[in-house]
Design a protein around this ligand. Structure first.
Ligand SMILES: [Ca+2]
Ligand SMILES: [Ca+2]
Ligand SMILES: [Ca+2]
Length: 244
């Protein structure tokens, strides 16, 4: 009888502690409902143009990424900037700092793909602060990889004939969860045929940049205690079985 009670107790504790440590998925998209009932409004995105270096384009409904673009005022590179703010914290619908990021995927709705020549689109974690009003000039001749971003790209691939294109950004999310400042990403195109994606100002919510994060929260003291109790109960049960 005692053994059965102990076994049931052990099982209940394991289920409780496993549930506490379970992974959680949150999808962040401007104007979309979060699982806790709030609406996400933390996206910032813009493009900065070498050919029109003081143009502030944060209100545009699209973001262009292009190695060479004629703006009508001048020519040169166009870089994209994207930030999902307020991802981390103790509020509901935030990722607790210190969480293990199991996966993080950024989805962009590309409506103008890179075809000929086909560009490699790379996404780098920013280490320099910027805002929607930033310009090529205000960021000092645009963004320099390595000094104003992390040197290694989170991900890079072509965006050829692709509508919804995804980037693995797990490395950035883990760095931010571990305490680095979330300053978003810069996007670069290796070639001269642009990609353009819908920005957070685009009218259709489902076409706006989307970030899907799957994480395991750090174990809370309560669940650590439960796990400890479960372990102790399992040990007792084993000893009882040996005696029987
Ligand atoms: Ca914007
Ligand atoms: Ca710069
Ligand atoms: Ca171009």
């Amino acid at each position: 009888m005692l053994k059965r009670v102990l076994a049931a107790f052990t099982l209940a504790l394991c289920v409780l502690s496993a549930r506490d440590a379970a992974c959680v998925t949150i999808v962040f998209q401007e104007g979309s409902l979060l699982p806790g009932g709030g609406t996400y409004t933390g996206t910032q995105d813009t493009e900065i143009q070498e050919g029109n270096p003081t143009a502030s384009l944060g209100a545009s409904t699209s973001v262009r990424v292009d190695l060479f673009f004629d703006t009508g005022f001048g020519t040169g590179e166009v870089q994209g900037l994207l930030l999902f703010d307020n991802l981390f914290g103790a509020l509901p619908d935030q990722i607790p700092l210190g969480s293990t990021i199991n996966s993080a995927v950024l989805t962009l709705d590309v409506f103008n793909s890179s075809n000929v020549p086909i560009g490699i689109i790379s996404i780098h974690q920013m280490t320099t602060a910027w805002s929607e009003s930033s310009t090529w000039s205000s960021l000092g001749s645009g963004v320099q990889v390595g000094s104003e971003t992390v040197t290694a790209a989170d991900d890079s691939h072509t965006a050829e004939f692709i509508a919804l294109t995804t980037f693995d950004v797990q490395a950035s999310l883990q760095a931010w969860s571990d305490g680095a400042s979330n300053l978003g990403w810069a996007l670069f195109n290796s070639d001269t045929d642009a990609i353009e994606f819908r920005s957070s100002e685009f009218g259709t919510v489902s076409s706006r940049p989307l970030l899907t994060v799957d994480f395991t929260p750090v174990p809370e003291p309560g669940s650590l205690l439960l796990a400890g109790l479960a372990g102790a109960a399992a040990l007792c049960a084993r000893r009882l079985r040996r005696r029987a």
